[in-house]
Design a protein around this ligand. Structure first.
Ligand SMILES: [Zn+2]
Length: 426
């Protein structure tokens, strides 16, 4: 017995630093929303979609658990993070037991996500292209030596046409596995219904639709092999692992509601603005393509986020109304809110390019049963269609009067007081 105990002790110390323990916990307390937001601004990983009048959830490390106890909270453990492969295997086993003839398909792992994108490009070569963004833009690979990929869907897909570009991106936060399912569903709809559904056909003919289902591939892989509650990328620093990729963008990186500057925090903003390869690749890609519309999928909460976390935007009312109509299209009632922090990807697209850019929190969990994820993807698709269909308030061409060639243009609007160095440009 003694031997077993001491062996267990040794094993605990021999665990690699990469095997972080994370737990999802619930705290019951009066004034839950107020306390939750205070903890959030202190760098705790509060799950926004879980906040109710008398309770909220967080994901905690052993250290943050100890801190919360010291503050007088008594967190109840709901789930201990473990490999998502394990969880999926159990779900498949249970489902097989219930219905041996038709075991359901499960969530796609990273290799499967990429394979689905390549298959779409192979099956629909005239309208769908698989693009290795890392190679295309000569960017470094991620810390885990991975590339970033997207599909481009458009008529004459091999030509850079004079059409509005739209970006659908998901899984900046890798544990939100329900979001790539939604992005891949959209990819399938746009490719499979082209030439079948006149409305979809028209959207594909008149836009360049880019879909990037997993923007945090290192983290997404780690969710499967290591810890299903992991949120950040896997960049290893001396004092901890991972940057919150949705706090790493330049805009708002130093704002009062920025991400944490503590590397062990689940909302660590990184050592400098756009320090991460994933962020840098998004910047180079966006500078080239100039997305006029952006929808960034996260989970969970079933609501649409608009504007900035703690900065004003002169088109606040307009952005909120658009967020409400996107929520309605997704069947989320009119639920909307400004984001909880700055340094987020969709805010940067709004700030740096004047893009029609929103973040949509989907589902009621990070990893609901796969059938629920599929249902959510179908439910949300009308919001993607609406985003693309919505007319842009100002659009057109600015050309050189002498040569007739297009020139880069900055748009200024009388009476609108942009205060955060917004650039509204072509
Ligand atoms: Zn997220």
């Amino acid at each position: 017995m003694r031997k077993t105990i001491s062996l267990g002790f040794l094993l605990a110390f021999a665990l690699p630093a990469s095997a972080q323990v994370l737990q999802r916990v619930s705290i019951r307390t009066p004034n839950a929303p107020q306390i939750a937001h205070q903890l959030q601004s202190d760098g705790y990983d509060v799950l926004e979609g879980s906040i109710e009048k008398g309770s909220f959830q967080l994901v905690v490390s052993p250290e943050s658990m100890t801190e919360l106890m010291a503050l007088g909270f008594r967190p109840r453990v709901l789930e201990t993070g473990r490999p998502f492969y394990e969880i999926e295997a159990e779900r498949m086993r249970d489902a097989e037991g219930a219905s041996p003839d038709a075991p359901p398909a499960g969530y796609p792992d990273l290799a499967n996500v990429i394979a689905q994108m390549q298959t779409a490009a192979a099956n629909f070569p005239s309208i769908c292209q698989f693009v290795d963004l890392t190679a295309t833009y000569g960017m470094p690979k991620t810390f885990g030596n991975r590339s970033l990929y997207a599909v481009k869907i458009s008529d004459n897909v091999n030509v850079d046409e004079d059409e509005q570009a739209v970006l659908i991106v998901s899984a900046h936060h890798c544990r939100e596995t329900v979001t790539p399912v939604t992005a891949l569903h959209a990819m399938d709809q746009f490719t499979q219904l082209y030439g079948v559904d006149p409305m979809i056909t028209n959207l594909v003919d008149t836009h360049e639709i880019w879909i990037a289902p997993v923007w945090n591939p290192d983290g997404y892989n780690y969710v499967w092999v290591g810890n299903n509650l992991w949120r950040k990328n896997r960049h290893a620093f001396a004092n901890g692992i991972g940057v919150d990729l949705n706090r790493n963008y330049d805009f708002g990186w130093s704002a009062p509601c920025r991400g944490s500057s503590n590397v062990s925090s689940e909302t660590y903003r990184g050592p400098s603005p756009a320090s991460e390869v994933e962020t840098q690749t998004m910047k180079v890609w966006s500078e080239d393509v100039r997305f006029s519309k952006v929808l960034d999928f996260h989970s969970f909460g079933r609501e649409t986020l608009w504007e900035y976390g703690c900065d004003p935007h002169p088109l606040s009312n307009y952005l909120q109304n658009e967020a409400i109509s996107l929520s309605q299209a997704a069947g989320y009632g009119s639920k909307n809110r400004p984001p909880s922090a700055d340094g987020e990807h969709f805010e940067w697209q709004l700030n740096a390019y004047g893009a029609y850019s929103f973040l949509m929190e989907i589902s009621t969990a990070f990893q609901p049963p796969f059938s629920s994820a599929q249902a959510e993807a179908a439910q949300v698709f009308p919001a993607i269609v609406q985003l693309i269909n919505q007319p842009v308030p100002i659009s057109g061409h600015v050309t050189d009067a002498l040569t007739g060639l297009p020139v880069e243009a900055t748009i200024t609007t009388r009476g609108l007081n942009f205060q955060r160095s917004e650039v509204n440009r072509s």
